[in-house]
Design a protein around this ligand. Structure first.
Ligand code: NBX
Length: 833
């Protein structure tokens, strides 16, 4: 009353508090209510999952209020909206993240405690939505967090896979895959919007006719129609009300469809059709950096892109705006070429559905899209067999031919006589079989093209997109990746978060450049001690997890040497394995050697069809079996392969790392983002001049980074001059011994078949120059060990790494996208009662 509130206002606050209040009391009441009214349970019989659900619904209620306010505000003001199209979102568990972003972690912990349970126990119950493979999918998730935190109106579109990335188990040292049934206990974070659905056509043929006004028209008669249903997940920003939407599409059979077949007497056909429809969003393809070229994959891409564009057009037109102004309402970012079919689909919708003329439709389309490239690997560039493409999307094939015809007319004049260049720019590749080049479709249809780290963007301009750069240099820019400090520090490393905030306040969580304030404490003895105490505590926690999961005891005082990422030859886990063998041989050769104890931790999934990557996992586990059980080693060396690397496990591993392995062949890793997360958590990097490593090293200072290996130019030079791995083997006794041991079955019970293809590749035709970088890597590793002996020096370097990581916040990346590509401004969301 003192504040001069009237009765009604007080009443409003009371209602507010009962349903969505943030106090411990309100939360406790909400959780109990949900347990009873939503789960239908009372405390005595409620399971752990019931409690998890009850807490999650209580949190969701509080988010919903902000979500509705955000959507209202966006619609009222006609603001420009960022539309992020991505086939993958690797979100990680929601509950803890939402508690942090809402600012009620402590309060909820207290409320749960007063109800007799532990919040951490519930958080650990959550099954993460693994709707992505790796870096690309996780980047999309970090960007969604930053968009909301920066109060930018945005919607993420993707696929609601029923099965995400497979679960990895290790049996007899080999990877085995299990399906990821992430929805088995329900998903409290999504809202199914059955009323929001669109039809998507596939196959069939196209009819052409002239209408009454003499206009040339096309009519696509499909042989399959699928319905896409929207599932919305709120994405709440940190310390703001802004709550954006992640809209994922699930495929179903349209209601009308099975009825038609049913009436025709084909009950079995109807059931079959239903399965065909539901299959489209059934499972995530587990290949990163390797294209499959499968029909279902093309169907997935078209399915979600078509639903998303229909949805955007609907939103735009419902606001009463002209179709011509579509690009002013939405800017659409293509997360790699997976959604690039959107260029042809928007053309189709504008031409066939909204009856625009070609020039006008093309003008709108090319003002709408922007394209991010994530790879330079040729085998990862998307190409679709033209015949297959035409069978799935006959109308789009026509449109791509017409887009290409008009483009080739211009190009032929501009580059008259340069057949090579003209062929390279064409959207259609010739050869024994014709194919569609998705990177060319994306490049032509977009007004902006970016790479994901400075080096990667430069190489893009010189290699895979060279001709496009020469054609339209103004389209190109770099947007170095970033990671969200909310998940990758506040959530995963609360102890370090508290230590940092204690020194410099909490501003860094939203403005990561403020970490710079730690620099002046880098040499402070007390701070160094507190810093290393936190690290030690994290290493003890991870050691417990390793003991639980693998029944392997590791020493928390040893150097935690961490190599976690997808398994791929270019990421060179094998180079690390060769170092482990070299250390082991030093011990065997000199059993009393005084060396810095190390725990080498690997984790990562191999694509199920990628034989070599699976063999590399087997190599690592086999080395582990020998090293970890050899009494001579006496705990100076341990090798861990931590199974099922995902967001949940990553959150446990990063905080415990001393050393971050970023050792890809220079020129191959577009950016990397694990490199940023590890450095942000105080690990020092051993790395090549590849991807964002280059910029990390620039920021943290070369004296705080362990550099080794050939750079991208030198890699190219070695290749041009003819790489001869055998000579490296022959000239280096340590390397020779290690390779001979692998080859002779030292790590595989004398079975010489197990690693045959791997050794043969390394010694005779390795594309990734492992042997060329071996000695340089060993030398850098020796320097790492030497430095680690000086605890104070190490602590100083670690603090400086963290202090200088400001640039690698995804908030910075998103701000750059907003200012330089999307031209969007923040729209603060106010809450009204
Ligand atoms: O994208 C990754 C790059 O390899 C990283 O260097 C980069 O940091 C990250 C984010 O920009 N690429 C990636 O993760 N690709 C895939 O996951 C992928 C998935 C499906 C597919 C091709 C690639 N068909």
């Amino acid at each position: 009353q003192e504040k001069g509130l009237d009765k009604q206002e007080i009443q409003n606050i009371l209602i507010e508090d009962a349903r969505t209040g943030l106090s411990v009391e309100a939360l406790k009441r909400a959780i109990s209510n949900n347990l009873f009214y939503v789960q239908g349970k009372f405390p005595e019989i409620a399971t752990r999952n019931d409690y998890y659900m009850a807490v999650s619904y209580a949190v969701r209620d509080r988010i919903l209020k902000r979500w509705v306010a955000s959507v209202k505000q966006y619609l009222d003001g006609k603001h420009r909206v960022v539309s992020y199209l991505s086939a993958e979102y690797l979100l990680g568990p929601h509950l803890a993240n939402n508690l942090i972003n809402l600012g009620i972690y402590k309060e909820t912990g207290q409320a749960v405690k007063e109800l007799g349970k532990e919040l951490e126990w519930l958080i650990d119950k959550e099954i993460e939505p693994g709707l992505g493979n790796g870096g690309l999918g996780r980047l999309a998730a970090c960007y969604m967090d930053s968009l909301a935190t920066l109060e930018v109106p945005a919607i993420g579109y993707g696929i609601r896979y029923q099965f995400g990335i497979f679960e990895q188990d290790i049996r007899d040292g080999w990877q085995v895959e299990d399906t990821d049934n992430w929805l088995r206990r329900g998903n409290p974070w999504e809202i199914e919007r059955r009323e929001l659905n669109y039809e998507v056509k596939f196959g069939g043929h196209v009819q052409h006719y002239t209408d009454n006004n003499g206009k040339f028209c096309s009519n696509w008669i499909p042989d399959l129609v699928v319905k896409g249903v929207a599932y919305d997940t709120p994405i709440l920003g940190y310390d703001v009300n802004t709550t954006n939407t992640l809209r994922l599409w699930k495929s179903e059979a349209p209601k009308s469809f099975d009825f038609q077949l049913f009436n025709a007497g084909g009950y079995n056909d109807a059931v079959r059709q239903k399965i065909v429809c539901e299959n489209i969003s059934k499972v995530l393809y587990p290949n990163d950096e390797q294209e499959e070229g499968k029909i279902l994959r093309l169907q997935q891409q078209y399915f979600f892109v078509s639903c998303s564009l229909q949805d955007m057009l609907g939103i735009h037109l419902r606001q009463g705006d002209k179709i011509q102004d579509f690009y002013k309402k939405f800017v659409v970012q293509l997360n790699d070429t997976h959604p690039a079919i959107g260029v042809a689909e928007l053309m189709r919708l504008l031409l066939d559905k909204y009856q625009l003329e070609w020039e006008e439709a093309w003008d709108i389309t090319t003002k709408t899209f922007a394209y991010t490239n994530h790879t330079l690997l040729p085998e990862a560039l998307e190409k679709w067999d033209l015949e297959l493409f035409g069978r799935v999307l006959p109308r789009h094939l026509e449109l791509i031919y017409e887009i290409n015809r008009r483009f080739m007319d211009k190009v032929t004049v501009k580059f008259y006589g340069d057949h090579h260049k003209i062929a390279s720019l064409s959207l259609i590749g010739e050869g024994p079989k014709k194919y569609i080049k998705m990177a060319n479709l994306a490049s032509l249809g977009s007004f902006a093209i970016n790479g994901v780290a400075a080096l990667h963007t430069e190489l893009l301009k010189k290699t895979v997109l060279k001709d496009w750069y020469e054609l339209s240099p103004e389209k190109f820019s770099n947007k170095t990746n970033g990671v969200t400090p909310r998940r990758w520090m506040v959530l995963s490393n609360p102890e370090l978060t508290a230590l940092i905030s204690d020194k410099i306040g909490e501003g860094w969580i939203k403005n990561l450049d403020e970490l710079r304030g730690l620099e002046k404490f880098a040499q402070d003895q007390d701070f160094q001690k507190a810093w290393m105490d936190v690290k030690h505590q994290q290493k003890v926690s991870l050691s417990k997890k390793i003991l639980q999961r693998l029944r392997l005891r590791v020493d928390a005082d040893s150097l935690f040497d961490v190599h976690v990422k997808r398994m791929h030859e270019y990421k060179r886990q094998v180079l690390n394995a060769l170092h482990v063998i070299t250390l082991y041989n030093r011990i065997k050769h000199n059993p009393d050697i005084d060396m810095v104890p190390r725990t080498v931790i690997f984790a990562g999934k191999a694509a199920p069809g990628y034989k070599m990557a699976k063999q590399i996992i087997k190599l690592i586990t086999s080395i582990g079996e020998i090293v970890n059980n050899d009494p001579d080693v006496r705990d100076r060396l341990k090798v861990v392969f931590y199974p099922n690397y995902n967001v949940t496990n990553a959150q446990k591993i990063y905080p415990a790392a001393d050393l971050s392995e970023q050792i890809s062949t220079a020129g191959k890793e577009a950016s990397g983002t694990g490199n940023m997360k590890l450095s942000l958590n105080g690990a020092l990097t051993i790395g090549t001049l590849d991807g964002a490593n280059v910029e990390i090293r620039e920021c943290v200072g070369e004296e705080n980074f362990f550099l080794f290996g050939l750079n991208a130019d030198e890699v190219e030079e070695v290749r041009v001059n003819g790489y001869d791995p055998y000579s490296y083997y022959n000239d280096n006794p340590d390397l020779k011994l290690a390779l001979d041991q692998i080859n002779d079955g030292y790590f595989s019970h004398l079975n010489t078949d197990t690693f045959k293809t791997l050794v043969r590749s390394l010694m005779f035709d390795d594309q990734y120059l492992v042997l060329a970088d071996y000695q340089s890597y060993i030398d850098a590793q020796d320097k790492v060990a030497e430095t680690f002996r000086d605890k104070s020096k190490w602590a100083e370097m670690s603090i400086l790494n963290v202090a200088r990581m400001g640039k690698f916040s995804s908030d910075r990346s998103i701000k750059d996208y907003c200012d330089e590509i999307w031209k969007v401004k923040p729209v603060p969301v106010k809450l009204k009662n």
